[in-house]
Design a protein around this ligand. Structure first.
Ligand code: SAM
Length: 247
């Protein structure tokens, strides 16, 4: 085989194959980078338009919600909607709350970073992840074991190591982890669960949706010198808190 034939039959096809292979690699790499940039852009837009422009002021809350990959807390079929202004299905007939509601409830807890927090209604684990970046320790109770297991695995994989997910009925709280500086209930209760009030620390606050006939109101409670004061933060819409409601 002379040099010219050798170049045409062997070297040129080899170089072309290598070029295509490299182009393929850099294409998929840059495609991945483009996806990451797109998701981050959507998240920052969510923070500006849905949170800051609607009155969320706590910079720590805004920063945490700009950082946490909400799209990894929803089923793959809903990922492209993860940064929209609405709750989304997470399976078992349950939902991840609208970003604004997560931010608003978190802000009302006025966390400084030293607190032990109890969440009732782990769901996807997203609210627990947000709390975990703003408090020292988070206990989160979920009544549906499949959701609890998925959330636990997800939180561990994403490095939220100060969250403990517990399967159980949140109406009874989790006395083992208390008293709590802050309690957040992410499902609507027919009335304020007294076990949770008992597990609030002195100076502690609790935010929860409570049914009022066919409506629901978001309440914030404070415990000062053993006495409870209560504020009404306005109407909301949550899935119901199920389980054993004490009278
Ligand atoms: N915080 C969740 C998130 O970030 O994805 C969303 C919570 S979803 C709106 C309400 C959750 O409360 C559901 O997962 C539901 O199974 C749970 N739940 C309802 N009643 C409960 C109870 N008694 N104890 C614990 N979890 C309960």
């Amino acid at each position: 085989m002379n040099k010219r034939v050798w170049r045409q039959l062997v070297i040129m096809p080899f170089l072309m194959a290598m070029t295509l292979l490299c182009a393929g690699f850099s294409c998929s790499e840059s495609g991945q980078k483009n996806d990451e940039v797109e998701v981050r852009t959507a998240r920052l837009r969510m923070v500006e338009q849905q949170l800051r422009q609607r009155g969320i002021r706590d910079e720590r809350v805004l920063q945490v919600m700009a950082d946490i990959p909400r799209h990894l807390f929803v089923p793959p079929a809903w990922r492209s909607s993860a940064y929209t202004d609405s709750p989304l299905p997470i399976g078992e007939g349950q939902t991840i709350s609208q970003p604004y509601i997560v931010a608003f409830m978190t802000e009302t807890l006025e966390l400084q970073g030293t607190e032990t927090v109890l969440e009732i209604g782990t769901g996807s684990g997203y609210q627990a992840a947000v709390l975990s970046r703003l408090a020292k320790k988070v206990y989160s109770i979920e009544i549906i074991s499949e959701l609890a297991e998925t959330a636990r695995t997800r939180l561990t994989a994403l490095g939220f190591t100060n969250v403990t997910v517990i399967v159980g009925d949140g109406n009874a709280g989790w006395p083992q982890g208390g008293p709590y500086d802050a309690i957040i209930v992410t499902a609507a209760a027919p009335r304020i669960p007294q076990a949770l009030v008992k597990q609030l620390a002195e100076g502690g606050r609790m935010v929860l949706p409570v049914e009022r006939g066919k409506e629901q109101d978001l309440l914030r409670l404070w415990k000062h010198r053993g006495k409870i004061t209560q504020e009404d933060l306005g109407p909301v819409r949550f899935v119901p808190l199920v389980g054993e409601h004490a009278t």
